[in-house]
Write a protein that binds this ligand. Structure first.
Ligand code: M6R
Length: 528
């Protein structure tokens, strides 16, 4: 189908001259199936896309736009589809609660279900809203409202510099890991003046900040792990309670958020359905919503009251790396910004934190310069089938993130645990075959974590520890130690994760995995 950008994971289906591209999830599937069966269609599978093709086929009377409009009214759920008919050189597309983006090219136009898929073709884009229908030919684009009026859309130019090629790197994941020092610099530039944090587009007053009696952070996957670090950051800097919840659980338990709550949603893509549903639920309850995202003009960004961009540039590898560290940095800067407005953080503390934050690009570069040690470690451990990552305090969310990185890229079964919790059951799983990745960075809990490591060692596990330079104790217990430069404990999580990203990368490489596109996964999950 000419002119359509095919997103990763996109489904295609052909039926009697119709070609359909589809992404999403239909809610009233059974109702539609029953109806189509009654109308004499034979349904070969369970897939939504097949239903879309048959519905259009049934409703088509020579006008594809009209058939699409009628189909839109019948199909409930979050989805986007694009369709052509062999009789005419045009593509008709629509969406419901699902991103749909038009890319404008030179004598060619594009449709995609997420913005980043378009960027290697064009950076001139416009966004299609719920129920709108666009009719594309190579030379022309017409967008009509659900009731048929032609709409003039505002075009915008995406300003990301990130190129979509891997450069000197073998995989996007590795390239993106190495982009972190520059990412830190981008995020810091212009955001700190005379030791005061300023975040572009965010103009909050003391009155607003003081009206928030609690924060609820909502996100999925890696972004959820960033939220767990955010809890520690905001509680420490703002002195108010912070809850963190997985977005797919948030909306279904009548969350206690109200006008006095700031809900922070975190999403790299800005399109994750679970997070979007949670955002809408929070707004319905009167909460203020602040979105931390990487994607300009994403749905989450557009619907939130306030936004903080993480300026990672496009993240192509499915395993999120640079977006995670930039989310953490955004949380620290946001915490200091709000704390400075509220007066909950002393000048001295802000100065100390900013001083350490300024060291991030250089310290991250030092960690990345040691890549060969990760290759060696990966060669030693790549055949393991089970790994546990343990840590306390800020080392705990980083353990969760390290385990997620390893499992999604290498398919090794990996779990992250709060080190102190591990002995309450999971210790039973430890054998000589187990790899324990022990995070021993946080100093206030160091002795206790070491005691947990010893318990695992005594059960035969192989121990790979992550510790601060100069730590001699841990080397006495661990089989291998990865040392990271000494940095203030409070900002350490932003760096502690980098060795774990490299570890996951090199282990997956040694196992011959499809690193950038692991099986069964897609970059942005737009179904609930
Ligand atoms: O785009 P989002 O940040 O909302 O995505 C959330 C998760 O799907 C995502 O972080 C996922 O866990 C990553 N692939 C993990 O590397």
């Amino acid at each position: 189908m000419n002119g359509i950008v095919e997103c990763k994971g996109l489904e295609k289906f052909e039926h009697r001259g119709f070609k359909v591209l589809y992404k999403g999830s239909i809610e009233n599937k059974q109702e539609l199936r029953d109806w189509l069966l009654e109308e004499g269609y034979t349904l070969n599978g369970e897939k939504d896309i097949e239903l879309v093709a048959y519905i259009i086929d049934y409703l088509y009377n020579g006008n594809l736009t009209e058939a699409t409009r009628k189909a839109q009214r019948k199909i409930k759920g979050s989805y986007g589809f694009a369709i052509t008919n062999a009789s005419k050189a045009e593509v008709v597309a629509t969406s419901n609660n699902h991103p749909l983006v038009i890319g404008l090219g030179d004598k060619q136009n594009f449709i995609a279900f997420d913005l980043s898929s378009l960027l290697s073709y064009t950076k001139k884009c416009c966004l299609i809203n719920n129920g709108e229908i666009c009719i594309l030919t190579p030379e022309n684009i017409v967008i009509v409202s659900p009731t048929g009026e032609v709409i003039n859309k505002e075009e915008f130019q995406v300003s990301w510099d990130g190129t979509m090629d891997k450069g000197k790197f073998e995989h996007f994941m590795l390239k993106e890991i190495y982009e972190q020092p520059d990412g830190f610099k981008t995020n810091l530039s212009g955001r700190i003046k005379n030791n005061k944090v300023k975040i572009e587009g965010l103009e909050l007053t003391l009155e607003i900040v003081k009206s928030w009696k609690k924060i609820a952070i909502v996100a999925c996957g890696t972004s959820y792990h960033a939220g767990l670090i955010g809890k520690g950051v905001f509680e420490n800097l703002l002195h108010i309670p912070v809850e963190v919840e997985i977005a797919s659980e948030f909306s279904y338990r009548a969350p206690l958020v109200d006008e006095e709550t700031l809900v922070i949603v975190i999403s790299q893509s800005g399109e994750t359905a679970d997070t979007l549903v949670a955002l809408r639920e929070a707004k319905k309850k009167g909460a203020s919503v602040l979105a931390i995202t990487n994607t300009l003009n994403s749905t989450i960004n557009r619907e939130a009251d306030y936004g903080v961009y993480i300026w990672s540039g496009p993240e192509i590898a499915i395993a999120s790396t640079k977006a995670f560290t930039m989310m953490l940095l955004a949380e620290y800067l946001l915490g200091i910004y709000l704390g400075q407005i509220k007066g909950s953080i002393s000048e001295e503390k802000a100065n100390m934190l900013l001083e350490n934050i300024y060291k991030l690009p250089e310290t991250a570069s030092k960690i990345l310069a040691e890549a060969t040690q990760y290759q060696k470690i990966a060669e030693k451990y790549y055949q393991k089938e089970n790994a546990f990552f343990i840590g306390r305090g800020f080392d705990w969310p980083i353990s969760l993130e390290g385990a997620l990185k390893l499992k999604e890229t290498s398919y090794i079964h990996a779990e992250g645990y709060a080190a102190g919790e591990f002995k309450h059951g999971s210790l039973a799983l430890v054998t000589e075959e187990t790899l324990m990745v022990a995070l021993c960075v946080q100093q206030s809990t160091y002795e206790k974590t070491l005691a947990n490591v010893k318990e695992c060692k005594a059960r035969g596990a192989q121990i790979l520890a992550l510790a601060l330079e100069g730590d001699k104790e841990v080397a006495k217990i661990a089989d291998d130690v990865i040392y990271i430069p000494r940095i203030n404990n409070f900002v350490a999580p932003i760096l502690t994760v980098i060795p774990l990203q490299l570890l996951a990368y090199y282990i997956s490489k040694a196992r011959g995995c499809s690193i950038d596109q692991p099986r069964n996964l897609v970059k942005s999950i737009v179904i609930e």
